[in-house]
Design a protein around this ligand. Structure first.
Ligand code: GRG
Length: 293
């Protein structure tokens, strides 16, 4: 089946399952429930659940069996976006084409909606069927490490402290390894572990995951400056549009495009031990650098 069609069909499965999980959660407070639903059901590419399923497919398992774990990852991702948009962080008004959660429900309720999605995610992932408890513990450890201080939250903290400062390429890589890369890595590794991957397959998918994260982030940086290339080459902090170092500002647009393509090539090369069952992952990473949002 065509790659985009698989993505669409699986996104629809994710949407339906997310609604089901939310309905079963039954929060005590009606506004909290609405606020969680508002952000969780606001669209988005559903990349992390798609990656859980695709990694399981790649190791010969049935990806859709792991929809539950994928939905848990989407909840963690959505919590991070709600908190990232808060006035105390990026103070953004729009996300996924809609007003941000705090613009609709206020900063207090948005904070709680994020907290609730993070904690609900762990309850949901423990409901994953068809795997041993040992495998489940391994997956929960994988995801919790990625979401916490060694991963996404750590990367976000480093990022906050780097604002308006000129940082090195190494610091910027560490920011993105945590902030962006950790959840992608956990999604892919979890799908592989759930699908009973061999050590060799898991190692190959980890290389794929790290390069996927890198290609995604560099492309994000490129998309940020396309249409506004005035930030390139200017010192960080020199105006309000230019308060963070990115792959583009630390190198150049051309160099960033080359780095993204190198990461795609490395990711695809890492999949050489797999056959056609990894085609979706091959097409996804190649598509990533061509996307426009
Ligand atoms: C607040 C703990 C905490 C972490 C925030 C996710 C994040 C860390 C910040 C968001 C800012 C940002 C643009 C990060 C770059 C990578 C990223 C996570 C982009 C958004 O992911 P997509 O493109 O989003 O998968 P959709 O909307 O498609 O789900």
């Amino acid at each position: 089946m065509e790659f985009k069609k698989i993505w669409q069909e699986r996104s629809a499965l994710v949407e339906a399952q997310l609604v089901k999980e939310l309905n079963e959660a039954n929060p005590l407070d009606k506004t909290l429930c609405e606020s969680m639903k508002y952000s969780l059901m606001a669209g988005g590419k559903r990349l992390r659940p798609i990656l859980v399923m695709a990694a399981a497919d790649a190791v010969g398992a049935k990806g859709t069996d792991y929809l539950t774990t994928g939905c848990a990852m989407e909840m963690i991702h959505t919590y991070s976006l709600i908190h990232d948009d808060l006035p105390a962080m990026d103070d953004d008004d729009y996300r996924r084409g809609k007003l941000t959660n705090h613009k609709v429900y206020g900063a207090g309720m948005a904070t709680l909606a994020g907290d609730a999605l993070l904690t609900l995610a762990f309850e949901v992932m423990l409901r994953q069927q068809g795997v041993s408890s040992d495998t489940l513990v391994r997956v929960v450890r994988e995801i919790s490490t990625a979401a916490g201080p060694d991963g996404m939250v750590g990367g976000q903290a480093l990022d906050m402290e780097s604002e308006d400062k000129q940082i090195s390429m190494e610091t910027m890589k560490n920011i993105h390894l945590g902030k962006t890369g950790a959840l992608f890595r956990a999604a892919i590794r979890s799908g592989a572990i759930l699908g009973s991957a061999s050590e060799e397959a898991l190692a190959a998918l980890t290389v794929y995951a790290d390069n996927f994260g890198l290609a995604f982030q560099i492309t994000d940086d490129i998309l940020d400056v396309i249409g506004d290339e005035s930030v390139i080459g200017k010192p960080v902090g020199s105006d309000e549009k230019n308060h963070k170092s990115t792959y583009v500002t630390l190198t150049s647009l051309e160099e960033a495009q080359k780095l993204a393509q190198d990461a795609v090539d490395t990711a695809i090369d890492a999949l050489k031990i797999f056959g056609g069952e990894a085609d979706f992952l091959r097409e996804l990473v190649a598509y990533l650098v061509k996307r426009n949002k």
